[in-house]
Structure formats: structure tokens, C-alpha cells
Design a protein around this ligand. Structure first.
Ligand SMILES: [Zn+2]
Length: 307
């Protein structure tokens, strides 16, 4: 069965269905989980809590979904959490620049590239509006956070675009009141909100969705002093750099400097064990090391888990 067939069956069986579907102004990118969907989600969460949170002695919190403007000024999201968009001069439709260029011309430009790279690709490949063949305006950045007004004065606040913010904001209090010791994992499962320009692929690109997030706080000078590393040193992980995926133990990955230190390798190791227990065929998966332009704007090193 391919992805479309599985999603169609899940829809027919009520695992999930569109939100507000009885009204004509229902917006794309919002879905409900039906009873079977909720029980599948709960099962996944039980495993997540057992294999990651409890195994590693992490703390779990449940933070507020609306957060003040200062949080996102401090995190950089007000300035940087934006997608490149292009608008048609004729029919005024708006598209994601990177996706439209890749669909029409097969040229891949990372979403974090400079705006001029999109303009150049559009010009050089004579890319026109897919709806009306009109010309595009210059590419712009569109901030994907949902703004909300608090109280009668409508003071500026935002729906969180990621579940990590409250973990960072709450860290000082948690570290003190819970008598934390580094490295310390803090976890949160909850809703996040992103004003996607073109939500699609049903449950893959959404405007409102669940995130199961873990932030691990550490001493950056002690990344190779990780006692728990011995638990996973013989765990096999598949790592992809550029185009080739190779299997190796966590120990080999550190020794060959494929992974920069024991700290990162330990967490990739327990994640690999967790994913295997979810039933994913790990031989068809890999941790792909992201290139500089693909990484989030705050990351030094990043791996994506791909199946
Ligand atoms: Zn157009």
C-alpha cells in the first residue's frame, strides 16, 4: 500500500477527518482525530514516554499555547520564522517559492536561501504562475506565526509555532525547583500552530498539529563525558551524509567523527531504539545530516530522521 491508499483508508475508517467539514468556509490544514486515531496516538505516546522520557529520567511539562510577543522576539521567530513566497502580478495567487520552482523546473533551492536566489531561478527558467501564466513579483518572506490579540486592547501575542518555547522559558524555574542536574531533558507533547501557505498531504503539512518535543540541556564543555553512552554504544544507527546511508554502531559513529560527540550519539542511539519499537522498518530509515542551508537558523549540527 502506498501513502495515498493508507491515508484514504484511515479517512474512511474515521481515524481522522477534516475540521469544520459541514461548513463551506472550512480552512485547509486543520484535521480532527476520530476515536481510532486518538487510540493510535495514545499508544504512540505511551511508547514515547516509556522509551525516551522515563528511560532517560526527563521531566515532562504542559505549557500554554499562547505566548507573549517578547518570547518570540527573544527566540528570533518574529524575524526569522518565515517562508519564501511569490505572488502572481496578474491573478494575485501566492505560492511557496521553493516548492513552485522545484515543481516546475526541478531546481531545488533550500527554503532558507537568500531571496535573490529565487528571483534569479524564476527569471532564468522563465517560471510563470501555474494558475494563469502571469509573471511573479519578487520573492518575499512570510512569517508563519498566528498572531492573536489579548484582551480588549488586543495586546500582541502569538500561538506557539513550536512546543519548545515554554521549555526554554521555564528552564530556570524547573532546574531550581526540581533540583535538576545536567544533562537534563525536558519534554512536552502538545499543539503547535503554523500559518502554512499551502497545507497539503493531509496529516503531513498542517496549520495546527501535535509536536512531541524534547530539549536536552547540557554543559557544552562536557559533551564527551556521557556515562549513559555505554547503554547505546553497540546500538546500530544508519546515518546519511550527502547521498550515501551507512550503518554503524554509535561507538563507531563517534570514533569516525561522523557524529561530533558522545552526547549527540547517545540521543540518536536511544531514538533509533525507540523508532524500532514503533514498528518502523529501520533498515529503510536513516538519520540524514543536514547541510548548512537546510538547518534551522539556530542549529550547529542537525540530523533529520527519514523513512
Ligand atoms: Zn496568476
Amino acid at each position: 500500500m502506498n501513502y495515498e491508499d493508507v491515508m484514504k483508508l484511515a479517512l474512511e475508517r474515521g481515524f481522522y477527518f477534516p475540521s469544520c467539514e459541514i461548513y463551506a468556509d472550512a480552512q485547509a490544514g486543520f484535521w480532527e482525530y476520530g476515536p481510532s486515531g486518538v487510540s493510535l496516538k495514545n499508544k504512540f505516546l505511551e511508547l514515547w514516554r516509556r522509551e525516551l522520557i522515563r528511560r532517560d529520567g526527563m521531566m515532562e511539562i504542559d505549557g500554554s499555547q499562547i505566548m507573549s510577543k517578547s518570547v518570540f522576539e527573544a527566540s528570533g521567530h518574529l524575524g526569522n520564522f518565515a517562508d519564501p513566497i511569490i505572488k502572481c502580478t496578474k491573478c494575485k495567487s501566492t505560492f511557496r517559492a521553493d516548492r513552485t520552482i522545484s515543481e516546475i523546473s526541478k531546481i531545488e533551492i533550500p527554503e532558507s536561501a537568500d531571496l535573490v536566489e529565487f528571483d534569479n531561478a524564476i527569471l532564468q527558467n522563465n517560471i510563470k504562475c501555474p494558475k494563469c501564466k502571469g509573471d511573479f513579483e519578487n520573492a518575499k518572506k512570510f512569517n508563519m506565526m498566528f498572531k492573536v490579540g489579548i484582551g480588549p486592547e488586543e495586546e500582541e501575542a502569538y500561538l506557539r509555532p513550536e512546543t519548545c518555547q515554554s521549555i526554554f522559558v521555564d528552564f530556570p524555574r524547573l532546574f531550581k525547583t526540581m533540583r535538576g542536574k545536567l544533562p537534563l531533558g525536558i519534554a512536552q507533547i502538545g499543539k503547535s500552530f503554523r500559518n502554512e501557505i499551502s497545507p497539503r498531504q493531509s496529516l503531513l503539512r498542517l496549520r495546527e498539529f501535535y509536536q512531541a518535543e524534547i530539549e536536552v540541556f547540557c554543559n557544552p564543555t562536557k559533551l564527551d563525558e556521557m556515562e549513559r553512552f555505554s547503554e547505546v554504544q553497540n546500538t546500530i544507527i544508519r546515518i546519511q551524509i550527502d547521498t550515501k546511508a551507512v550503518s554503524m554502531t554509535c561507538k563507531e559513529a563517534v570514533e569516525s567523527k561522523t557524529i561530533p560527540n558522545k552526547f549527540v550519539a547517545y540521543y540518536l542511539g536511544i531514538l533509533a531504539e525507540f523508532y524500532e519499537k514503533t514498528g518502523i522498518d529501520v533498515t529503510k530509515s536513516r538519520f540524514r545530516k543536514l547541510g548548512d542551508k537546510e538547518k534551522a537558523f539556530y542549529a550547529q549540527v542537525a540530523f533529520d530522521f527519514e523513512v
